[in-house]
Design a protein around this ligand. Structure first.
Ligand code: CTP
Length: 409
């Protein structure tokens, strides 16, 4: 059990924070909610008390005997500030301590996550930009907001990321016990995720069990480390939309190849996390295939392009910048020819990428699950174990390795 302090700012997105509180209480953590006075215009203290199971106060002069303005921050293993309004960030940057939340921020030594939510103009104002940069320099993780519907009819950057995503990043900070580095700022990261679908006729396809969760977790973590991320996504099952990520939908391996080869020309990092079908039907029937009297017709298959190997070749040919880091994945079961790692090492050599993430699959491991484990192999022969953990934690560890090899700009 960890101690999670949730600071709530005075913005309309405060109502969504109720789900974030639930996320942490359901995980068994002790949650203290510290709203600002303004936040209580949006959600009442009774709601926060009922959801957290703990008393709620906003003022430094409440419960003076418990010295709450010092104790709450000191005790916390994680502080989440959501919604972080422009005013709240400005006050945090100035080191103000005129309410319980800002006072607690001054005593917290644990990871701190700010989740901005405001109108686009306020988010893009130079004052806010400077405040966010200062917070990041001080080791605070400031989430990249989503693009989308704001209060009223307007849309744009500044929307608060969804509660599930805040929960994932909060859990990640608890697991890492440190801030998420902002080390991919200004980088272009291209990620493929999910499974391809190879059409047989207008209603049927050949597909696979990929949920897309690991690729989405990589896109999410890369965006939160400052990268501009494009996610080329095949079929997925409920991976949750990552805030601040451009998503391009594809169906088949041929479409995926087209998008990846075109977009890789501008990328600093390419991550092939998609589960690509190795084969596709030679012909796609124009109308639904009927049962027929003579039983099922055979399906003739063609081999799909090896997209990862193709990207490595394009880089060698100069079509993709020489310094682009290319990362592959390998889901292996091990067999009579060798274990999971042996197959991974052979695949790294065969594909020629810079890094290869190897997962053991089968027996309920990897596909569709929330957790993952494996190894990350480098072309130079380094092998790092990726211990069992959430796919978000795994993604952040993979990006630690990626950030270490991306050349400085
Ligand atoms: N991959 C790809 N194009 C394909 C197949 C796979 O780009 N046609 C990529 C995957 O996205 C992954 C890596 O190659 O990053 C390894 O995928 P995997 O299915 O394990 O490799 P295969 O080449 O299909 O090898 P195997 O013989 O083990 O099926």
């Amino acid at each position: 059990m960890s101690h999670v302090l949730i600071g709530v700012g005075g913005g309309i997105a405060a109502y969504k924070v109720c789900s974030v509180i639930r996320h942490f209480t359901e995980a068994g953590h002790d949650v203290r909610v510290v709203p600002t006075r303004a936040a209580l215009n949006f959600v009442g203290a009774a709601t926060f008390e009922a959801l957290s199971g703990n008393p709620v106060s906003t003022e430094v002069f409440d419960d003076v005997d418990e010295v709450a303005h010092v104790a709450l921050g000191r005790k916390a293993d994680l502080v989440v500030v959501a919604p972080a309004t422009a005013d709240l960030m400005a006050r945090a940057v100035a080191g103000r301590a005129d309410d319980l939340l800002t006072a607690s921020l001054l005593t917290a030594t644990c990871p701190v996550l700010f989740v901005p939510a405001m109108h686009t103009e306020m988010w893009q104002h130079p004052a806010t930009t400077a405040n966010v940069a200062t917070l990041r320099e001080r080791g605070v993780t400031v989430m990249t907001p989503a693009n989308g519907r704001l209060t009223g009819a307007d849309t744009g950057a500044g929307r608060m990321p969804e509660p599930t995503e805040i929960g994932l990043i909060g859990d990640l900070l608890l697991d890492r016990a440190s801030a998420l580095p902002y080390d991919l700022a200004g980088r272009e990261v291209l990620v493929s995720a999910g499974g391809t679908r190879e059409a047989l006729d207008p209603v049927r396809y050949l597909g696979n069990h990929s949920s897309g969760k690991q690729g989405y977790a990589l896109a999410r973590a890369a965006a939160q480390r400052g990268a501009h991320v494009t996610l080329v996504a095949g079929a997925t099952s409920d991976p949750g939309e990552p805030a601040g990520v451009d998503i391009v939908d594809i169906d088949s391996a041929v479409e995926l190849e087209r998008e990846m080869s075109r977009r890789a020309r501008d990328a600093d990092v390419v991550i092939m996390a998609a589960a690509v079908a190795d084969f596709r039907p030679v012909d796609i029937a124009g109308s639904k295939i009927k049962k027929g009297a003579e039983g099922p017709a055979p399906i003739h298959l063609d081999t799909n392009p090896d997209i990862l190997a193709g990207l490595v070749q394009s880089r060698a040919a100069g079509d993709i910048p020489r310094q682009t880091v290319i990362v592959g994945f390998a889901a292996e079961t091990g067999d009579e020819d060798g274990g999971v790692l042996d197959h991974g090492r052979a695949k790294l050599r065969r594909k020629g990428c810079d890094l290869l993430v190897v997962n053991a699959v089968g027996d309920g491991k990897a596909f569709g699950t929330e957790d993952n484990a494996g190894w990350i192999l480098t072309a130079e022969g380094n092998e790092t174990a990726l211990p069992f953990g959430s796919k978000t934690l795994m993604a952040s560890r993979i990006l630690d390795e990626v950030a270490a090899v991306v050349p400085h700009s």
